[in-house]
Design a protein around this ligand. Sequence first.
Ligand code: SAM
Ligand code: SF4
Ligand code: SF4
Length: 371
Amino acid sequence: MVDRVIPIRIDEGKGLAPAMPATLMAPSSKSLDTRGRPLRDLRISVTDRCNFRCTYCMPKEVFDQNYPYLSQDALLSFEEITRLTTIFTSLGIEKIRLTGGEPLLRKNIETLVSMLAAIRKPDGTPLELTLTTNGSILRKKALQLKQAGLHRITISLDGLSDAIFKRMNDVDFPVGDVLDGITAAQEAGFESIKVNMVVKKGTNDDEIIPMAKHFRHSGVTLRFIEFMDVGSSNGWDMSEVLPSKAVIERINALYPLEPIEANYAGEVAQRWRYRDGAGEVGVISSVTQTFCHECTRARISTDGQLYLCLFASQGYDFKTMLRSGASDLEIANAIMGTWSQRTDHYSEIRGQATAEAARQSQKVEMSYIGG
Ligand code: SAM
Ligand code: SF4
Ligand code: SF4
């Protein structure tokens, strides 16, 4: 017999509040949310800090020296992250993505990777372990990450022109160092490397073709992400969103493309292949072609709050459970109780709401919740 478990919900600006009661149930990998979606992917933010100030994510006017970053003791420790991930794995999680903030800034991140790499799914196989980075210190870290057991890596890069890239990262960081980080990842033996480019119409969309040209024949898959209204500080406006359809049209006019099947159900990127065999590109159309109906992702913030949607305004406090002696079964029950009540489908609602309402809604920042 297990005690009833009620995770604490964090309402932004309202402090701690009791969450809706988590229904007690035997943890089951078959548990679905209210829209019939299983829990399959977990994104873990390992730090809310970053050495870039990308204008679409951590604009420097907001994320300045007065910004209330989390203190060291508020962060989940590697042991806590590993324990929580092990519990999530028993519930059907198949894929972990480490993110942030900039995950490579977390001290000894490779130690966490090796701890997570040792976790086994109920069928005895390892989890798929991936990480997203801005690539700024990847030259230094790539081999250690590979040796620690990281399977795949995604690097964000918003252009090849130094002037435009610096305008995007807003800390004067040069393109060359990120490209060198990508080379280091290849040298370390990473396969299926992906490069993510956020496209802001009027800012870096002239970089679409140079980027496509650069990564053709490289074995690296370039993916274009529509500029999203994540968080509440990036000044998002629909007029700055270049629909993925237009991205594909531009590339196709120069390098003919054809669509290809998704690798797996629920893959967020739509895949296209160069007809001349030069590789593939992808588009992530979170704004113009929503994919909430097959969203199987949960997120753990840097301080151990569970978020059920990238655009959520509230999380469920699992750090307190971890630190107050709750058993694995109690935590598992709380996770599934929370997931089973999940209703989130923000991108679909955004499509129905006015752009102004979407822009003004209060959401947690992506650097904290994990991109
Ligand atoms: N710092 C790492 C990086 O930049 O790769 C990991 C964290 S970052 C929040 C994860 C991903 O989210 C990056 O690929 C970034 O480009 C993307 N991202 C951040 N803000 C975004 C926005 N407003 N719209 C679309 N993508 C965004
Ligand atoms: Fe940092 Fe990544 Fe956000 Fe850019 S997108 S500010 S690199 S966390
Ligand atoms: Fe998933 Fe929320 Fe994004 Fe929809 S808006 S795909 S529910 S994270």
